[in-house]
Design a protein around this ligand. Structure first.
Ligand code: GLV
Ligand code: MG
Length: 347
């Protein structure tokens, strides 16, 4: 365990000072671009103009024989794209893969000053973060990178979930974490072939009642436990929790429901793997206008955040003031980017 005095020291001579806090930035969707595909590369600028984060995916879904092309394609996109505030991330290959070392070294050398975050898959424990942390510091020093590249872990193995707190607190370089429901399901031996979302067989059956021939079955959220555990770990360490992928592109309503559960539980965004999911994530991870207007009334009724008042029959006190502030702070960030929502929020 590193002592507090050393925790915020650069890990290499000449590397930038670690950040003390994750920058406040709207990251409602992390949009996955397959950069080995030339057609997708030509769309990169128009996608970057619509999303909060553009991510070049080098890991799963990229065929083994296209890994180098994806890396080179991402570098090309990163060099040419005009970001105007959009985040630039990459998902590199996993720690044990033959590609990870070149992914890290070539990308930091070429575009280290433009890259905000590296998403690291299959994180099992803090040791994975420590390795990447040290290597990034050495590369930042070597290539004159002026701001630390942050690390975002995918929570997608049973061991990773077991170590989630240690991962969240492993380094000041930690940006946040995403749920990886497909790999996690496989790692845990869950019996589902879906990428995120519910399962029709996972639920509870209502109690039997007299004169009732059929009993209702209520489907439950398979991911509730893991999302909650991840949210607690992330917020404990001041980093950001995200829902990950939703694979059923043909079921936008289910995607919206899953994203919304994550949002209500504390997540700040989700992955978009299809253009339709950009719209869904924008809708879900921007707070509801009715909630914002009510939250503003709470803040206005309790200017110093203490005491108790009644608004429309609902009790408000210091704790609800804090809840309201979470919503209004997020609404202010959204309003800066979206004039229509700014008007709806009255901001
Ligand atoms: C994402 O990487 C997942 O495995 O769900
Ligand atoms: Mg995965």
């Amino acid at each position: 365990m590193k002592t507090p005095k050393d925790f915020f020291k650069p890990l290499a001579i000449g590397a930038p000072e670690p950040m003390r806090e994750v920058p406040t930035k709207l990251e409602r969707m992390i949009h996955f671009l397959p950069p080995h595909n030339p057609k997708m590369r030509t769309k990169a600028q128009s996608i970057a103009d619509q999303v909060d984060v553009l991510l070049g995916n080098l890991e799963d879904a990229i065929p083994a024989d296209a890994k180098e092309a994806a890396r080179a394609g991402f570098i090309e996109v990163a060099q040419s794209v005009k970001l105007n505030g959009t985040g630039l991330w990459t998902r590199i290959n996993s720690m044990k893969s033959p590609w990870i070392f070149d992914d890290i070294t070539e990308i930091v050398a070429a575009v280290g000053n433009k890259l905000d975050v590296i998403m690291l898959p299959m994180v099992e424990g803090p040791w994975d973060i420590h390795y990447l942390d040290q290597l990034l510091a050495q590369l930042e020093a070597k290539h004159g990178v002026s701001k630390p590249i942050m690390i975002h872990a995918i929570l997608e193995t049973a061991q990773g979930v077991e170590n989630v707190n240690a991962i969240a607190g492993a380094s000041p370089r930690m940006h946040g974490m995403s749920l990886g429901p497909a790999d996690l399901a496989a790692s845990r031996g869950m019996k589902t072939t879906r990428v995120g979302g519910g399962h029709p067989f996972y639920g509870v059956l209502e109690d039997p009642q007299e004169d009732q021939s059929s009993r209702q079955f209520f489907q439950q959220d398979l991911w509730h436990y893991t999302v909650s555990k991840m949210v607690d770990a992330c917020l404990t360490y001041g980093i950001k929790p995200f829902y990950g992928p939703f694979g059923a592109f043909d079921d936008e309503a289910a995607c919206e429901a899953q994203f919304r559960n994550a949002f209500l539980q504390g997540c700040v965004g989700a992955w978009s793997l299809h253009p339709s999911q950009i719209t869904i994530a924008k809708k879900v991870f921007s707070p509801d206008a009715g909630e914002v207007l009510f939250a503003k009334r709470i803040l206005e009724a309790m200017p110093d955040g203490t005491g108790a008042v009644l608004i429309d029959g609902k009790m408000q006190d210091d704790a609800t003031w804090k809840q309201a502030k979470v919503i209004v702070d997020l609404a202010k960030q959204v309003a800066e980017k979206d004039p229509d929502l700014a008007a709806a929020y009255g901001l």
